[in-house]
Design a binder for this molecule. Structure first.
Ligand SMILES: [Zn+2]
Length: 461
C-alpha cells in the first residue's frame, strides 16, 4: 500500500452559501504527494479556506457563532499568550496608528500597566471616571493584554484584549471616554482526515492526524451503532471533516466535527452535524434520523462482559440448566449504573435473587432491569422519571451473585431480548419542517465526504 499525504484547497462556505458550494465542490489541486514510511494510515488533508471575516461589534461572548448551540461536544480552543512587554506594533486594521501592546502579568494593576506605557495618573483617572458604573477594566488577568494608542503623551484609545476573540475598545471623543465590546469571528476552515484501522481506532486516528479529543468525539458519534471495544476489526475505516479556527493566520483551535463516516465490518455509517431552527445542534444520518438511540447499549462504563445472554446456560451457583436472560457486566463495586433510556421507575428495592434492583419502564413497550446493586441511588422510587444516562444505582453483588457485577435485562412487550443484539429504537428523527434546511446543510458535506474518500482510495492504488 502506498502512503500519501495530499493537501488541496477548496473555498469554504458560510452556511448560507452551502447550496451554491454544493454545486461546485471541486478539488482545486493536489499540492503534494509525500510518500512516508511511518504513516500507516492513508492520510488526506483538505483545507477549505474562507475570506477573513471582519470583526463584529457585539456584547462580550466567547463563541460568537455557536453560543446558543446546546452541544454535547465542545470545540477545542487554544489560547495563546504573549509573555512580555512588546515593542511598538502596528495594528492591521489601523495601519497608520502605532499601538503599544503590554501583556498583563501577575501582580499588575491598571496603575502599573499605565506606568509601563509611560502614562501618569492624569491619563488614567479621566478614563476610569467616565466608565465608572461599568465593570470594564475591573478584572485584569495575566495573559490578557492592554493596547495603548498614545498621541503626544496623551492616551487616545485603549484596548483591553480579554481573549483571542474578545476585547473592549475605549475611545475618547468630545472629552468623554466611551467603550464597546468587540467580538472577532474566527475564520473557519474544514479539514478532512481519514484512515483505516490496523489495531485500534485510537492508533489509526493518531496516525491520521486526529487529536485525542477528536477521536473521542468520533467514537461518541458512532458509539450508538458501533461498540468500539468489541466490534472493531482490522480494515475498518473512518473519514471525518471538522472545523479549524483561525485568527490572523494563526490556528486558535479545532471546532466541531461537521460530517463523518465509519465503516465497521463492511457496514458504513454516516453522520452530519445539523443546527436546527432553534439553534440546537446534533448529529443525524443522511436521511435525517438521529445518530442517538432511545437506549444506551451498555449501562455501565469501563465494564467487561462476564456472562452473555444465553437461554441454555448452566447457572454458576445452582449448576442447573437455568437460562441467563440478561447480560452481566463485571465492574468494581460502586461503579455507577446508568438508566439506558428515558423512563419511569416501576421498581426500586430488593427483588429475591436479583438483590437490590431497579426496573425502568420506557414508553409502552420497553422495560429494563438492573440487578445486584450495592446501593440504589437515593431518590429512586416508584413513579420517578429518569433521563437516559442518569445514575440510578451502583454495581454490587447483592442477591445471588458470585462477584460484583451488573445483571442487565431488556424486555420488549414483556419478552426478554438479548440486550447486546436487540435492535434499538432511534431517538426522535428530525421534524418534517426541518428537513429542507437539513438537506441544504447536509448534502454538500456528504458530497465532500464522498469526494475525499474516493480521492483517498484512488491515491492508495
Ligand atoms: Zn446475570
Amino acid at each position: 500500500m502506498t502512503k500519501q499525504k495530499i493537501v488541496s484547497h477548496i473555498k469554504q462556505v458560510p452556511r448560507t452559501h452551502l447550496i451554491v458550494m454544493s454545486l461546485c465542490v471541486v478539488l482545486l489541486g493536489f499540492v503534494s504527494l509525500l510518500p512516508s514510511k511511518e504513516v500507516a494510515a492513508n492520510r488526506i488533508q483538505i483545507e477549505l479556506s474562507a475570506p477573513a471575516p471582519a470583526p463584529t461589534t457585539a456584547t462580550l461572548n466567547a463563541e460568537p457563532q455557536l453560543a446558543n448551540v446546546t452541544d454535547p461536544v465542545k470545540p477545542e480552543v487554544q489560547t495563546s499568550s504573549n509573555q512580555n512587554v512588546q515593542d511598538i506594533t502596528t495594528d492591521p486594521e489601523e495601519a497608520s496608528e502605532s499601538w503599544l501592546r503590554i501583556s498583563v502579568r501577575s501582580g499588575d494593576n491598571l496603575t502599573t500597566l499605565f506606568q509601563k506605557a509611560g502614562l501618569g495618573p492624569n491619563q488614567m483617572y479621566p478614563l476610569l471616571n467616565d466608565i465608572k458604573p461599568s465593570k470594564a477594566l475591573n478584572s485584569l488577568k495575566p495573559g490578557q493584554q492592554l493596547e495603548f494608542l498614545i498621541d503626544n503623551g496623551n492616551l487616545r484609545k485603549l484596548r483591553h484584549v480579554t481573549s483571542a476573540l474578545t476585547s473592549t475598545l475605549f475611545t475618547r471623543a468630545d472629552e468623554q471616554w466611551r467603550f464597546e465590546n468587540v467580538v472577532r469571528e474566527p475564520e473557519i476552515t474544514h479539514v478532512y482526515r481519514g484512515g483505516s484501522i490496523d489495531q485500534s481506532l485510537f492508533l489509526a486516528g493518531e496516525k491520521a492526524g486526529l487529536t485525542q479529543k477528536k477521536i473521542m468525539e468520533l467514537a461518541g458519534i458512532f458509539g450508538w451503532d458501533v461498540d468500539f471495544a468489541l466490534d472493531i476489526r482490522q480494515g475498518d475505516s473512518f473519514g471525518v471533516i471538522y472545523e479549524e479556527r483561525w485568527l490572523d493566520g494563526k490556528k486558535i483551535g479545532n471546532g466541531y466535527i461537521v460530517a463523518a463516516e465509519f465503516t465497521n465490518q463492511g457496514k458504513t455509517f454516516q453522520a452530519v452535524r445539523f443546527t436546527d431552527s432553534n439553534d440546537r445542534a446534533d448529529y443525524f444520518t443522511p436521511s435525517g434520523d438521529s445518530m442517538r438511540k432511545a437506549f444506551l447499549r451498555t449501562p455501565v462504563d469501563f465494564a467487561r462482559i462476564s456472562s452473555r445472554y444465553n437461554p441454555n446456560r448452566k447457572h454458576p451457583i445452582f449448576k442447573t440448566n437455568r437460562p441467563h436472560r440478561g447480560v452481566d457486566y463485571a465492574a468494581p463495586t460502586g461503579t455507577p449504573i446508568k438508566a439506558s433510556g428515558d423512563g419511569k421507575v416501576i421498581l426500586a428495592g430488593r427483588k429475591g435473587g436479583y438483590g437490590k434492583t431497579v426496573i425502568l419502564q420506557h414508553g409502552e413497550r420497553y422495560t429494563t432491569l438492573y440487578a445486584h446493586m450495592s446501593r440504589i441511588k437515593p431518590g429512586m422510587k416508584r413513579g420517578k422519571r429518569v433521563k437516559q444516562g442518569e445514575t440510578i444505582g451502583y454495581v454490587g453483588s447483592t442477591g445471588y451473585a458470585t462477584g460484583p457485577h451488573l445483571h442487565y435485562e431488556f424486555r420488549v412487550s414483556g419478552v426478554h431480548r438479548n440486550p447486546l443484539t436487540v435492535p434499538l429504537p432511534q431517538a426522535k428523527p428530525l421534524p418534517k419542517k426541518e428537513m429542507a434546511s437539513f438537506r441544504l446543510q447536509s448534502q454538500p458535506l456528504l458530497a465532500q465526504l464522498d469526494t475525499l474518500r474516493n480521492t483517498q482510495l484512488a491515491s492508495a492504488e
